[in-house]
Design a binder for this molecule. Structure first.
Ligand SMILES: *[C@@H]1O[C@H](CO)[C@@H](O)[C@H](O)[C@H]1NC(C)=O
Ligand SMILES: *[C@@H]1O[C@H](CO)[C@@H](O)[C@H](O)[C@H]1NC(C)=O
Ligand SMILES: *[C@@H]1O[C@H](CO)[C@@H](O)[C@H](O)[C@H]1NC(C)=O
Ligand SMILES: *[C@@H]1O[C@H](CO)[C@@H](O)[C@H](O)[C@H]1NC(C)=O
Length: 967
């Protein structure tokens, strides 16, 4: 037991040295483990973020902090970094070599800071950087060598700075061999003049919103490689500068917001007319448009796009574009158009029969009129009238475009949609009517839309879906009715939607879901959004079949945030039937009660969101998650959880992410954590974890687990002391254990200390007892035979005294008198092949007496001393007087004192001494014979089953009486 305790203790203590998992200021992304998010941590030093990140981190986002300066080598710890984002930091000061040691960095985002200048060595070492974002700073000068190390830079964003000198810019960029995109919008550039030319690789150049007055730069060819040039919103009025540069290769040129005449520009420059973006150039008069078309018409090729945004166009007359080459995309956004009059009055359909896309966004269109039969635009596939003021749409409003595929009427004021408005649009697949003022949909509004796949009517004022209104939408897959006023629904509303898979009904006023509501779509429905309705239950007993019982294909169900009181109660078997459900959203529902079997059918569930769901409900009922074996993500933020129990969490064996932010947890249950074998991410922020012995386990676990514990170094002790859960003082908790340890080790120590003494004192005794027990055990097998002693005496002697024994003792006792004694002599009677000690013990026991032939050499002999001791045990322990000491020579007592046990024997017993004189020897033999003769006849059996031992009832010292007799 002690050993186990000690072992456990070592594990607990040992764990404290392991590398922690969890970062002070960063969260590791669970899908991309190389990506670390360290945003909004109020960090003043970048090192606070980087200090504990692993060296193989590939992306770091430390945006939205207060890192004002970057010292040299700030990120050298993270050599594998590929993306670095430091936006919104108020960064002012970047030291030379700040990014040293980042050879793999591809993308560096330093936008939205306070940089005013960049010195020469700032970007040293960034050989592989391809994207550099420096927009929204205060840069006003660029050092010529700043960008020199960036030999692989492809894109540089410098918009929204204070750059005023094109000379500086060109000087710092000309040696970037791969630069393709450069954004210089929103600076203070007044010219493009410079001694250096732009890198030859540059193809996309944006210099919008500056103060350029012309396009003249370093020589005629300085823009010749540019494909896409944005010069909008400058102060270019001097057209002559366009004559001095090669613009032949441009595919797009924007000049919006400059006071130039497009006709003059086209006249003087070699730009191709089709490449021109005609937006923002005050082309609003009919004559201008006609002229433009004539100009464009010189080229016979169809025009991919004609962009006429922001030209203050108020109306477009019928033949305005007749002279134009065939246009595929016409963009009239951001003008002042009030009407497009069936588009026919704007476009000559026969002339523009190839139009595919018409975009008229951000205008003042207020109605779409009914269109009579007439010319059609049979190629027209996409119309967008977003961001207008369209209030009503008349019948057959799109008659001119019978092949329309996508129609965007969203973000208008449409309150009236004629029931025939969309008639004829048999090819339509996508219709957006969202963000309007529609209240009613008529039964045959969607009559012709048999091919519609997506219908978006979000954010209108629809309150009733009349039966059959959607009946013709047999191919509809996505229906978005979110944000309306729908109060009641019946299954007739969904009649005919044979292919519906996604149904959004969020933010309506639905109060009840009956089990047959979705029956027309029950075999196809996959996503159902009921967020933010008014569904609630007050009874714990269901009053009908469970609401989703037939939706066996739904994999995503949103029920969060029911207004205003939340769902309140989740009734028994509430989610029955949702056998395919993967994602379930139940957050913000003020739950009072959840039936323990509510989730029983959700065996496929992977994501369960229950954040902000508790209304003082406390812990979830035991067994609630018992079938959720597939769950990987469980969000229980602010759910009122007080304890983690196996009853609730024990079966979530696949759980990877567990969010427990803002719960009442004081301790974390070790057995639960051990059961969650797949857990990789645990968020315990804002839980009142205590620093008591209950959490000693947690401390150990925090410091060496596989699980990322979000910001684990910031979990402070709830008790208020300024200490932290990961490091609080756990000594008090180990004290008891220490006591156990002491109790375990102290006796062992003591034993070890006493061992030599014990050994010295009791070695033979122990050995003897061991043999006695062995003998006793083996005797039990032979029990009943009641052997008698085989010998009268075992003779213990030293080999030096062998002569005496053989010449005197043996003849005298075995032959020379009556009775004849049987003696046991080791060289003669020991059983061969047995341990010598076994033989000794056995002989002592098989003999009535042990004669010790004591001489000085006897005393010195190891074996003899053992034999005398063994025999003496019988004297002291068994109270059997077996020992017959025979002294061959006089040994004074002081000499004997060295032999502790012998002396003890001497003090207790009388003994016989071998007299040198022959006469005296007679008496000696008599005494000896008498001692041996005692007890030959009266053998008794021991009471305790020691049947074979030779016992004497009378243990009176016999020798004493012999001695007395002799004297
Ligand atoms: C970094 O964080 C900011 C702020 O949250 C975010 O806007 C930006 O997209 C993030 N950048 C990357 C690369 O994830
Ligand atoms: C750079 O940072 C800005 C500001 O946070 C963000 O809007 C932008 O998306 C970022 N760009 C990249 C490529 O990460
Ligand atoms: C031009 O600059 C102004 C003021 O800085 C800004 O509001 C506007 O959005 C910018 N226009 C463009 C096209 O960037
Ligand atoms: C635009 O340029 C013309 C001359 O080309 C000038 O008459 C007019 O005032 C200018 N308009 C603005 C707004 O600068």
């Amino acid at each position: 037991m002690c050993l186990v305790v000690a072992l456990c203790l070592c594990v607990v203590l040992g764990a404290r040295g392991c590398r922690a998992y969890g970062f002070r200021n960063c969260i590791q992304d669970m899908l991309d483990p190389g990506y670390f998010k360290c945003m909004q941590r109020f960090l003043a030093e970048a090192s606070s973020a980087t200090a504990d990140l692993p060296a193989n981190a590939t992306a770091l986002n430390a945006s939205l902090n207060a890192i004002h300066r970057l010292p040299p080598g700030t990120f050298a710890r993270l050599p594998a970094l590929r993306e670095l984002s430091l936006t919104h930091n108020g960064l002012r000061d970047v030291a030379e070599g700040a990014f040293e040691g980042l050879p793999a960095l591809r993308s560096l985002n330093l936008s939205c800071n306070a940089l005013q200048g960049l010195s020469a060595g700032v970007f040293q070492g960034l050989h592989n950087l391809s994207l550099l974002l420096l927009h929204n700073n205060h840069l006003h000068t660029l050092h010529p060598d700043t960008f020199a190390p960036l030999q692989n830079l492809l894109e540089l964003e410098l918009q929204f700075n204070d750059l005023g000198s094109s000379e500086d810019v060109a000087e710092s960029l000309w040696m970037l061999p791969r630069l393709e995109c450069l954004n210089l919008c929103n600076n203070n550039l007044i010219s493009l003049r410079s001694k250096r030319s732009l890198p030859a690789s540059l193809t996309v150049l944006s210099i919008c919103n500056n103060s350029l007055y012309g396009v003249d730069g370093s020589g005629q060819h300085f823009l010749q490689n540019i494909k896409w040039l944005d010069l909008s919103y400058n102060k270019i009025s001097n057209v002559s500068s366009f004559a001095k540069v090669v613009l032949r290769n441009l595919t797009s040129l924007q000049l919006a917001g400059n006071n130039v005449s497009v006709f003059q520009v086209l006249n003087v420059s070699d730009i191709q007319t089709h490449s021109f973006d005609y937006s923002g150039l005050h082309l609003n008069r009919y004559s201008q448009l006609v002229d433009l078309c004539h100009l464009l018409g010189k080229s016979m090729r169809p025009m991919y796009s004609l962009r006429l945004q922001s030209n203050h166009i108020r109306n477009v007359s019928r033949n305005a574009f007749s002279a134009c080459p065939p246009i595929l995309l016409l963009d009239l956004s951001r003008n002042r158009l009030k009407s497009v009059s069936c588009v026919r009055e704007m476009l000559n359909a026969s002339a523009q029969s190839q139009l595919k896309t018409l975009v008229v966004e951000h205008n003042l269109l207020n109605r779409l009129r009914s269109c009579s039969q007439g010319d059609i635009l049979k190629e027209l596939r996409f119309i967008s009238f977003r961001f207008n003021r369209i209030l009503s749409v008349g019948g057959w409003a799109f008659r001119y475009a019978p092949n329309l595929d996508r129609l965007h009427l969203n973000i208008n004021n449409v309150a009236y949609l004629d029931r025939r408005a969309l008639w004829g649009l048999r090819a339509l697949t996508e219709l957006r009517l969202d963000n309007n003022l529609l209240t009613d949909i008529y039964k045959d509004t969607f009559r012709d839309l048999g091919n519609l796949q997506t219908l978006n009517m979000r954010n209108n004022h629809v309150s009733v879906l009349f039966p059959g209104v959607l009946a013709n939408l047999g191919k509809l897959r996505i229906l978005d009715l979110g944000g309306n006023n729908i109060r009641q629904l019946t299954n007739a509303s969904f009649e005919g939607l044979r292919n519906l898979s996604n149904l959004y009904l969020d933010s309506n006023h639905i109060e009840r879901i009956s089990h047959d509501l979705f029956s027309p779509v029950q075999d196809t429905l996959q996503v159902l959004d009921l967020k933010g309705n008014k569904i609630y239950y007050i009874s714990m007993k269901p009053d009908g079949p469970p609401p989703f019982v037939n939706l066996h294909k739904v994999y995503d169900l949103k029920l969060q945030a029911q207004q205003p009181y939340g769902l309140k109660i989740i009734q028994p078997r509430f989610f029955q039937g949702l056998t395919s459900l993967r994602d379930l959203y139940l957050s913000e529902n003020k739950l009072l009660y959840v039936a323990p079997n509510a989730f029983d059918d959700l065996r496929r569930l992977r994501y369960l969101m229950m954040a902000d769901s508790s209304n003082g409900m406390g812990d979830l009922p035991p067994g609630i998650f018992k079938n959720l074996h597939e769950l990987v993500w469980l969000d229980l933020e602010n759910a009122g959880i007080r304890t983690l129990t196996l009853d609730v969490f024990g079966n979530l064996t696949k759980l990877r992410n567990l969010v427990l932010v803002k719960n009442e947890l004081r301790t974390v249950n070790s057995s639960v954590m051990e059961r969650l074998a797949r857990l990789r991410y645990l968020d315990l922020r804002k839980c009142p974890l205590t620093c008591t012995c209950d959490n000693v386990w947690l401390q150990g676990w925090l410091n060496n687990s596989q699980v990322q514990v979000v910001y684990m170094y910031n979990y402070s002790c709830h008790s208020g002391e300024r200490s932290f859960v990961y490091s609080f003082d756990t000594h008090v908790c180990y004290e008891d254990v220490g006591l156990y340890l002491f109790a375990c080790t102290f006796p062992a120590l003591l034993f070890q200390m006493l061992l030599p003494i014990l050994y010295h004192r009791t070695y033979w005794q122990l050995k003897y007892r061991f043999y006695v027990v062995r003998a006793w055990l083996s005797d039990r097998w032979r029990r009943g035979k009641a052997e008698t002693c085989r010998f009268d005496a075992f003779v213990s002697y030293n080999s030096c005294d062998e002569r005496w024994v053989l010449e005197q003792l043996v003849p005298n006792l075995e032959a020379g008198g009556n009775p004849a004694f049987r003696l046991c002599l080791h060289h003669r009677d020991f059983q061969p092949g047995k341990y010598i000690i076994d033989n000794i013990v056995e002989s002592i026991h098989n003999s009535r007496h042990t004669i010790c032939v004591i001489s000085r050499s006897y005393l010195r002999s190891e074996w003899c001393s053992m034999e005398i001791q063994l025999a003496s045990y019988r004297l002291f322990d068994e109270l059997k007087d077996v020992l017959v000491p025979v002294f061959l020579e006089e040994i004074p007592e002081r000499e004997l004192s060295a032999y502790y046990r012998m002396r003890k024997v001497m003090l207790k017993k009388t003994y016989v001494t071998w007299p040198p004189e022959t006469q005296a020897q007679k008496l000696f033999w008599a005494k000896l014979r008498m001692a041996l003769a005692a007890g030959t006849t009266d053998e008794v059996e021991g009471e305790e089953g020691m049947a074979t031992y030779c016992m004497e009832k009378d243990s009176k010292p016999i020798l004493e009486s012999v001695n007395n007799m002799a004297s």
